[in-house]
Design a protein around this ligand. Structure first.
Ligand SMILES: NC(=O)c1ccc[n+]([C@@H]2O[C@H](COP(=O)([O-])OP(=O)(O)OC[C@H]3O[C@@H](n4cnc5c(N)ncnc54)[C@H](O)[C@@H]3O)[C@@H](O)[C@H]2O)c1
Length: 379
């Protein structure tokens, strides 16, 4: 593998281009919007110069990396590439159309990958004349820093392609995990309760946002609380992923979106980028103080973590990925303090089952059904 083509020079495409160029590849970075180029170049230069300042690479090496990345608006320039990674807008029709265009440009042996977070790889591949060369390569933000890559074969993908893609990702210094082509793959599926259960606790009036964030960071060891994180990601993006996963799971109540977040989107309170989300980011406005009651804090932490554990156990139950990969995905893709299956083991499987059954008894909602995988171990 020599030349790489990347379509879309937004946050993800630019980061992936850096990773590929640092692995020694010549990279063609294509975007239909010229205005995206200067921003991408500034980001790339800043990131690479930071590596020089930290003595991780020499300034000559930095210049070589930048020289290996070629910006273009013409996909035709990608005719000689061996792998294309698409990182454009999250829209199935647009992605399908780009895959059809690129197929007419590259050689028959070129691999076509999508960085989609929530669309089915199978439906993207279905638009292609040679769907067997299509695969999902899901990087995490920011790609140069996050080690995880989910490798997702479509139903049509050639049997030998996933192993080859995993090998290439390892050569790029990444930690690839194999995931089934199901909604949210591994990370975006298992992480849903981090937001969903926090929103539920808040909407029920059990605790306010500052207290929930405090419990998850101070007691849970997460880097950011759910509300800070949703504000950071942006409610338009985070709510859309939840709604997409909910619909894609045939409206399984476990993934049900929350009205409080939907209303924020409707109001345009999209989070940090809008100056307002769950928190108010206006200068001079103080953050609300959490209620640092350790009993309440533990209750919040346990409820959210056990729902995450249940989701991880269920992903294993349905064969979405292997146990080791499920735990690695959450620590290396979204910086969880520990793997959720490991967490279940430490808390004791039967204790986890009891917590879930208690929630189920209280609410009588399918949302709180315990995964068969967990129940079997809890017996
Ligand atoms: N942002 C994240 O945290 C994240 C993480 C993992 C995966 N993803 C996925 O990666 C993809 C890109 O996300 P992003 O956050 O980098 O988006 P972004 O909006 O920052 O960038 C997308 C870029 O694609 C360009 N583009 C759109 N249509 C195009 C076309 N037809 N041809 C060429 N360029 C086109 C846009 O001009 C833009 O520069 C999406 O599928 C998203 O779901 C995003």
């Amino acid at each position: 593998m020599n030349k790489i083509g990347i379509i879309g020079c937004g946050a993800m495409g630019t980061g992936i281009a850096q990773v590929a160029a640092m692995a020694g590849h010549e990279v063609f970075l294509c975007d239909s919007d010229h205005a995206a180029w200067p921003r991408a170049l500034t980001n790339l230069s800043t990131n690479i110069n930071r590596l020089v300042e930290k003595n991780k690479i020499s300034s000559d090496a930095a210049q070589d990396i930048l020289n290996r990345i070629l910006f273009t608006s013409a996909m035709e320039e990608m005719h000689g590439v061996d792998l294309v990674i698409e990182a454009i807008v999250e829209n199935l029709e647009v992605k399908q159309s780009v895959f059809q265009q690129i197929e007419g440009i590259v050689s028959d042996s070129c691999i076509l990958a999508s960085n989609t977070s929530s669309l089915s790889i199978t439906s993207i591949a279905a638009a292609c004349e040679h769907p067997e060369r299509v695969i999902g390569l899901h990087f995490f933000n920011p790609p140069p820093l996050m080690q995880l890559v989910e490798v997702i074969p479509a139903v049509q993908t050639a049997p030998e392609l996933p192993a080859y893609a995993m090998l290439v990702m390892r050569q790029w210094g990444k930690y690839p995990v194999l995931a089934k082509d199901t909604p949210g793959f591994i990370v975006n599926r298992i992480a849903r309760p981090f937001y969903g259960e926090a929103l539920r606790i808040y909407e029920e009036g059990i605790a306010d946002i500052a207290t929930i964030d405090w419990a998850m960071t101070e007691l849970g060891g997460f880097r950011m609380g759910p509300f800070e994180l949703m504000d950071f990601i942006g409610h338009d993006v985070n709510y859309t992923v939840t709604e997409t996963v909910f619909q894609a799971f045939f409206y399984d109540p476990r993934y049900k979106p929350a009205f409080s977040q939907k209303r924020l989107v409707e109001a345009g309170y999209l989070g940090r980028k809008a100056g307002r989300g769950f928190y108010d980011y206006t200068e001079g406005v103080h953050r609300p103080e959490p209620n640092c009651d350790p009993v309440l804090g533990e209750q919040i932490k346990k409820r959210i973590v056990v729902m995450l554990i249940n989701e991880a156990a269920d992903a294993l139950h349905w064969g979405i990925a292997g146990a080791e990969d499920i735990d690695a995905a959450m620590t290396k893709g979204v910086n969880y303090p520990k793997g959720l299956l490991q967490w279940a083991k430490e808390w004791g499987y039967s204790a986890c089952v009891d917590m879930l059954d208690e929630l189920y008894d209280t609410y009588r909602e399918d949302r709180y059904r315990c995964s068969p995988w967990l129940r079997r171990r809890g017996e």
